[in-house]
Ligand binder design. Sequence first.
Ligand code: SF4
Length: 327
Amino acid sequence: MRNRIIFFSGGKASFAAADWVKKNHPDDNIVLYFTDTLWENPDLYRFNDEASDKLQLPLLVHSSGLNPMQLMFEKKLVFNSMIGDCSKILKMKVSKDFLKKGIKPAAESWRNQEYLRDEDFTTDAVLYFGIGFDEMHREGAIRKNWQPFQVEMPLIDHNIWKDEVLKEYDIKQPVLYDYGFSHNNCNGRCVKAGQGHYKLLKTQMPDVFQQIMEQEHHLKICVSAYRYIMDDKVPEDERIPDDVREQMLQELDDAYRDYFYDRAKRPKTYIHPAGSAVQKYMQIKQYAFMKRDSKPLPIRDLRDEVDNDGQIDLFDIGGCGCFVDAM
Ligand code: SF4
């Protein structure tokens, strides 16, 4: 009996891959494996649960305990398409630590664990990814990342129609596809996404758009203040003394921690330390998820462009590189 692990993302492609594995290796020890960013659309969890129930396969869920926004707050970084580790830390690292070193993350849960045929489901496992022809460019990086595991991509190697497989099981596709998103990731608010993607988010999920716009704004102020407090390029005689610096960092944390960890909370009143600085250092740096012409494009500016029929690049979709980035 061979161990087979399907990287289950909550997308249609990974479901189709799981169905192929189940049909072709019915007697093996198969596990659906989902690494949760804790930032997903509620319908993704419905889809995953239904998939596990109808395929009659155990679903293992792992999570680091942080969502991408909390990770950015902890690292004092605003991720974007060029920098950022959310997929690496929340997905790649969690799964690699577990599969290669046996290290379990902060949170683990099972659904339908009774379908597990052997407790040791990782030894010499074959790993399956729901990568299709449209994502073939990801194939090489995924294979390299997961050496020495055997990696298979049934959608590339076999002619599988995702929608037909869903119909066969009478499972409704995740709602993000109904809205026109190409992936069911992070509730449509991927920090590596582009202008066209965020315009779609504004149209389809205005509440989510409004929230991520506000969060980006507060994160920008928080990260900018952190950089200012820690800035060692300031001449020594104008630099913040160490004891004051510690106190400022604590105040910064106090102002924003509850906000980034509890949706119901607002940030506390916070005065950016640059406000009392000499003129030449008195600037709040601009950080944003999106870029335009290599410059930050805050979501708020995109909103204004969209509302005023300004020009945005609808073909700039961008998005998640989860499981491609090297560790
Ligand atoms: S979908 Fe985007 S925001 Fe979510 S983990 Fe992947 S890269 Fe990060």
